[in-house]
Design a binder for this molecule. Structure first.
Ligand code: SF4
Length: 343
């Protein structure tokens, strides 16, 4: 008889019943208490029930009002984007998209067999000087489209077989995206939304996404305020807001849950890009995740940093990561007991 691991056995049994699975782990009492405070796991995707009782449309309408005096993110620019006034992100109230395609380079639980249905939004509210997509995020490469076309793009990605709709850098277009979602549901959209963000978010704005977003994919970029200010266009308050945002996202969706084939259905998936010379504050970021969220948080510790755009102007980040620096990050993850690292 074929030998099977406990984990594989769980995966296979749950695939038959069609139930969810979580990675097997016994939380300590403090984590168990935190998990008990998270909402119960409802059928997915969550936005379908919000659509049915009209709350999704109401949220889209409420959010669209924010465009008039924009406070969607911690930059708090207070410009009227409906009148084409520009804040720090440089985005008007018209949705602008760089590309939409099935992406096979994301984390395995998002990619599955058929890819993650990725929609790259133009512009960005964080504006990191080393951004590898700076032509999109900073220079605003892309095309303006009505919300109806964004809804159609989501449907097309679903028809390709993608497992989810992955909004990349969505914060500054949240009102338009939620409105596009209200248009996509009657057209048949029924796969989970992935909210792929730098985590430069306001918790009160994230509350609009409670019951809309099933999978949060935030990147915890810096622990230190001085580094955030220096490398991300004076976002000195980034660490403060990121900590609040991570707690709110975790409150809404809890730990990652996957189906029998390992495809993400709901939960928090954290990214952390390690920077050279400890500029990202990796040790503190990992400690925060383990102690303030959960040690079973799915964490992708990323090693692919390369000095792009204006990174060459700063000697701390003017090189790639060394093997020793990445090994150090993994050792910290082990030290804090993080048990669900991306492989
Ligand atoms: S979304 Fe843009 S305009 Fe609005 S507060 Fe943030 S940076 Fe400013």
């Amino acid at each position: 008889m074929r030998k099977t691991s406990r984990r594989r056995f769980l995966e296979e049994s749950l695939a038959v019943t069609g139930s969810f699975m979580v990675y097997p782990y016994r939380p300590d009492p403090r984590e168990a208490e935190r998990m008990a405070r998270t909402p119960s796991r409802s059928p997915y995707p969550s936005y379908l029930s919000l659509f049915e009782d009209g709350r999704l449309k109401q949220r889209a309408d409420d959010l669209k009002e924010i465009y008039r005096n924009c406070s969607l993110c911690p930059r708090d620019c207070r410009v009227d984007r409906t009148q084409k006034q520009l804040g720090k992100c440089q985005a008007t109230a018209k949705l602008r998209i760089s590309s939409a395609f099935p992406h096979f380079g994301e984390e395995r639980p998002l990619v599955g067999q058929k890819g993650s249905g990725t929609i790259f939004l133009s512009h960005c509210n964080l504006r990191c000087i080393y951004c590898q997509n700076y032509t999109i995020s900073i220079e605003g490469e892309g095309v303006d489209i009505p919300d109806e076309r964004a809804a159609a793009a989501m449907l097309k990605l679903q028809n390709f077989g993608c497992h989810n709709i992955n909004w990349v850098t969505p914060t500054h277009y949240l009102p338009s995206l939620i409105n596009a979602l209200t248009l996509a549901v009657p057209m048949g959209l029924k796969i989970p939304i992935v909210y792929n963000t730098s985590a430069y978010e306001k918790p009160e704005v994230l509350e609009y996404l409670d019951g809309v977003v099933d999978i949060y994919l935030p990147d915890f970029k810096y622990w230190d305020s001085a580094m955030a200010g220096k490398f991300s266009s004076e976002a000195y308050n980034y660490p403060h807001y990121a900590r609040l945002a991570f707690k709110e996202m975790f409150r809404q969706v809890g730990d990652l849950m996957v189906d029998g084939k390992g495809v993400a259905q709901r939960g928090l998936m954290v990214r952390h890009l390690v920077l050279p010379n400890r500029a990202a504050g990796t040790r503190e970021v990992l400690r925060f995740i383990a102690e303030e969220l959960s040690r079973t948080t799915y964490v992708n510790i990323m090693r692919q940093y390369r000095p792009e755009h204006r990174a060459r102007e700063h000697k701390e980040i003017d090189r790639r990561l060394t093997g020793a620096e990445y090994a150090e990050a993994l050792a910290w993850a082990r030290e804090f007991g993080l048990a669900n690292l991306d492989r």
